[in-house]
Design a protein around this ligand. Structure first.
Ligand SMILES: *Cc1c(COP(=O)(O)O)cnc(C)c1O
Length: 396
């Protein structure tokens, strides 16, 4: 007997993994009476530095804030540009706009969602106002950081990694996010470890770290924790710059501390599920499995359809998955599809053929560390079934 649609449990695109440990940690902070940025945030920073081997880690209230702060610390501002791809979340670019800088775009590689080093070199050659390259490790798959580092050194620009997807992507040279001058991680609700909202900036340079620490807190020259708890604590402080308000409260930082202790376990689980999906999907010519370079953190599982072999496009394919109970998403709607960026930079899909091609064919499938084997099996069955049904020439 066939199941009716209402009996099929809906599989969400993501589900966070929490245990009693996070609950107890939040209660502990609530009862402590200190809710905002203090010793929990500091401990989270120290633990994150230890985990990643980064000399400085700074908590922030989002990766978007972190990108802006890191760019600011490396001199991105009026008269300068950052270089990134159109295949990323919008705040990779708007972080630069908020600083009065502009955005230059280079297309992604054919074989992955990563910025193409050849196109990076062309852009750097043509435009001396580029101050920083902002590579994005889409879905956790790490960009060619050796090539990017070499180019950055040759042209005297900074590298700020958008590592929102790439914790913990561990390469032979270290963790993604510690390979450039700065790395920016997100702890948004659907990311590999989460605090609901939050982020971390890792940075090598001590002066840049000081600048970020100050600018995330109104340009004040002392931390709040220090003002209230240091020996000889006092209300005195100075403001030496027009800063912002981008600090991560202890109430959230403590969740991050617990999640960090589970990062390796989450990573193992994600990798195992990704391997199973790839093994199953690679048997079908109408599907393209995601790129998997060294150290992939597997934040997301992005499957691509081969439209030439199917009688439907990506939108219809994804709608059908959704109708059959799979929560799907899209990473990313490229910037040339966004009204604001189209109007500001007069960019279109014709300027970025590789990004356009990925956009036309990618679907983000349900994927999280605690997915059961049965749920993974169901995702595989629904995707394969849908592809087979729309396979051209099978006389359906
Ligand atoms: C999620 C994300 C961001 C922004 O992270 P927030 O913490 O939500 O500000 C930036 N870049 C990429 C690639 C992202 O996926």
């Amino acid at each position: 007997m066939s199941e009716s649609a209402s009996e099929i449990p809906f599989i969400p695109f993501f589900r966070p993994s929490f245990s009693n440990a996070e609950e107890e940690a939040v209660i502990r902070v609530l009862r402590s009476g200190w809710l905002t940025t203090g010793k929990e945030a500091l401990a989270f920073e120290e633990e994150f530095s230890r985990f990643t081997g980064s000399p400085h880690s700074l908590t922030v209230n989002s990766a978007s804030s972190g990108l802006m702060l890191a760019m600011d610390a490396f001199g991105v501002g009026p008269g300068t540009k950052i270089l990134t791809t159109p295949y990323t979340f919008i705040s990779t670019a708007t972080s630069a706009l908020h600083l009065g800088a502009e955005v230059a775009y280079a297309d992604i590689e054919r074989a992955s969602y990563s910025i193409d080093p050849e196109r990076v070199e062309r852009a750097l050659k043509a435009d001396r106002s580029i101050k920083a390259i902002v590579p994005v490790h889409v879905a956790g798959n790490v960009c060619d950081m050796r090539a990017i580092r070499t180019l950055a050194d040759r042209y005297g620009v900074r590298v700020i990694e958008d590592s929102a997807h790439s914790f913990p992507s561990r390469t032979a040279d270290g963790f993604a996010g510690t390979l450039g001058d700065a790395g920016v991680f997100s702890f948004y609700a659907t990311k590999t470890i989460t605090t609901g909202e939050g982020g971390m900036v890792t940075v090598k340079d001590a002066d840049a770290a000081d600048r970020i620490r100050k600018m995330r807190s109104h340009g004040i020259n002392r931390t709040i924790w220090d003002r209230y708890t240091a020996k000889g604590a006092s209300w005195k402080y100075d403001v030496t710059d027009a800063g912002w308000k981008c600090n991560l409260p202890d109430l959230l930082a403590v969740i991050g501390r617990v999640q960090l202790t589970k990062a390796d376990e989450f990573f193992e689980k994600r990798s195992r599920i990704a391997r199973r999906l790839t093994e199953a999907f690679s048997r079908y010519d109408f599907l393209t499995t995601p790129p998997d370079g060294p150290g992939n953190a597997w934040h997301l599982y992005l499957i691509r359809i081969v439209p030439e072999l199917l009688d439907v496009g990506r939108d219809e394919f994804a709608e059908e998955l959704q109708a059959k109970g799979l929560g799907t998403s899209m990473h990313f709607i490229p910037h040339f599809e966004m009204t604001y960026m189209k109007n500001r930079y007069h960019i279109s899909r014709d300027d970025f053929p590789e990004a356009a091609r990925k956009y036309d064919t990618s679907i983000t499938l349900p994927f999280w560390p605690d997915m059961t084997d049965e749920t993974v099996g169901r995702v595989i069955d629904v995707v394969v079934e849908t592809g087979k049904r729309h396979y051209k020439g099978n006389g359906k």
